[in-house]
Design a protein around this ligand. Structure first.
Ligand SMILES: [Zn+2]
Length: 488
């Protein structure tokens, strides 16, 4: 018999989603951590707790981790800020975000991180860390970081014309890989080749309609960059993660590279899983994106990759712009849309509708893996985050898997005030979000209630893909054997 214990919080009656599957269990929380997973008990027979949360008939997922957001602090807070961005996050079941470096100024040095952390203090409902940036004019600054502060670096191989830190030449790119091989950090890539786009731009006028946009920023740019990154990843043995993969060709290449033992993984976004070129007529600037929205065959392949695990993570690439910015003439419209609040509802709707025969528990496990465990492992958080297990932070989401909901202007929390998903029916209502044992979001009959803005910055610990020794570098690769074609 366990000795009587007064817990801080008890989530009662739910079905928890764990790495081994789903099962009914009550979750007992003490000091911000999961203290016990208990057999479901009648309210009178259960352990004593200062507070209880009824999760009867609901699924209890690990707090979701969105490893790709742009919360725009510092310098771009007219588009988004942590106060509003983190409200959108917890309303979508997200308890941890990893923020991108392309702010004004960008996050390049430890001092930049200190500044950002000061600005976020007291504003955030979610825990967070940041991907550091790489400035091509001072690549050596990558060495100034402690691994706990920055162990993942975002590299833009092309971008919107206002991004100052685009790496355009191979020599610089090779230096970045060499430093990453030395220090053991992970490289993240916006993998579209800038030379390809520049060459094409010399032969065609800027687009005047959104329907022409894909022709101006075609899949070729992504395919060329991805092939180059696979070669460099194999050569240097650096762990790389390609964000927002949009085409079937890139997906096939990356999946093949990973099966050959090359340490490359990739992310798919909620918007590339949702929208196709036919939607551009209806949504115009709202889904002007980089990479561009592709076609149905691409979207089908991306879903397959999410279902099978070829895609390691699903991210929102939450990138708000104001309605005014999106109303500019076509060539000047900034790419990006908000999406952290809609991410779970989008992913769950798609999994449910595309695989109707699968058990709810099987598909929930896919959500828990792509949106919690995998990003936790890749980015040094798995000792505290990413799964419903005793000893981990009590980051938990209570969802009604069967409840549809519609994104309406009144539900939008992001600062820009619009969503490309307005009017769409999503699936899976987030009823409560718990972060380190505190209820930071609650939805009931009377509306939405938010908790305290005491989200913390998280140091990285023991990052690496599954199988990598904690804290150790990725290790030198078996280059030529890994890349060699199989003989069969
Ligand atoms: Zn992004």
């Amino acid at each position: 018999m366990r000795s009587p214990q007064l817990y801080d919080l008890l989530l009662r009656g739910g079905t928890i989603v764990t790495p081994d599957g789903a099962r009914p269990a009550d979750v007992a929380v003490l000091d911000g951590r999961i203290a016990a997973l208990l057999p479901p008990a009648a309210p009178a027979a259960g352990p004593a707790a200062k507070a209880t949360l009824d999760a009867t008939g609901r699924h209890v997922l690990p707090g979701l981790i969105d490893s790709h957001v742009h919360f725009r602090t510092p310098g771009l807070t007219h588009k988004e800020e942590w106060r509003t961005g983190s409200m959108a996050a917890v309303a979508g079941g997200v308890t941890t975000v990893i923020d991108m470096p392309n702010t004004v100024p960008p996050l390049i040095t430890p001092e930049d991180l200190a500044t950002r952390r000061r600005l976020i203090e007291g504003q955030s409902l979610v825990d967070y860390r940041c991907h550091a940036g790489v400035d091509p004019s001072r690549v050596a600054a990558m060495r100034d970081w402690d691994r706990a502060e920055a162990d993942s670096f975002k590299v833009f191989l092309s971008s919107h014309h206002t991004t100052p830190t685009v790496v355009r030449d191979v020599r610089t790119l090779r230096r970045i890989f060499a430093i990453a091989a030395d220090t053991g950090v992970t490289l993240l890539f916006h993998a579209e080749d800038d030379t390809v786009f520049s060459l094409l731009d010399q032969r065609q006028a800027p687009p005047v309609r959104y329907s022409e946009y894909e022709r101006h920023r075609p899949r070729t740019g992504g395919i060329v960059a991805t092939a180059q990154l696979i070669n460099l990843t194999a050569e240097f043995g650096v762990r790389t993660h390609v964000v927002h993969v949009s085409t079937r060709e890139e997906t096939d290449l990356l999946a093949a590279a990973a099966s050959a033992g090359i340490p490359i993984t990739f992310e798919v976004t909620g918007h590339h899983l949702t929208f196709v070129d036919a939607d551009i007529r209806r949504l115009g600037p709202r889904i002007r994106l980089r990479p561009a929205i592709r076609d149905e065959a691409d979207r089908d392949r991306l879903w397959e990759a999410v279902r099978t695990g070829e895609a390691a993570t699903v991210g929102s690439d939450h990138s708000p712009h104001t309605a005014l910015e999106k109303a500019r003439p076509v060539p000047d419209v900034p790419p990006g849309l908000p999406g952290v609040q809609e991410l779970f509802g989008t992913l769950w709707r798609g999994l449910r509708s595309r695989w109707p025969q699968e058990a709810t528990e099987t598909l929930m496990a896919v959500v828990a893996e792509r949106l919690a465990l995998a990003p936790a492992r890749l980015f040094g958080l798995a000792d505290r985050k990413g799964s419903v297990e005793v000893g981990k932070d009590a980051d938990l989401v209570v969802v009604d898997a069967e409840a549809p909901w519609t994104m309406t202007p009144g539900r939008i929390h992001t600062k820009n005030g619009w969503s490309a998903y307005e009017g769409s029916e999503l699936l899976g209502a987030v009823e409560a979000t718990v972060r380190r044992g505190e209820v930071v979001y609650r939805q009931d009959g009377s509306g939405e209630v938010f908790g305290e803005r005491n989200g913390r910055w998280l140091p990285a610990r023991g990052s690496g893909a599954a199988g990598t020794a904690p804290g150790g570098p990725a290790g030198r690769p078996r280059l030529h054997t890994a890349a060699a074609p199989s003989v069969g």
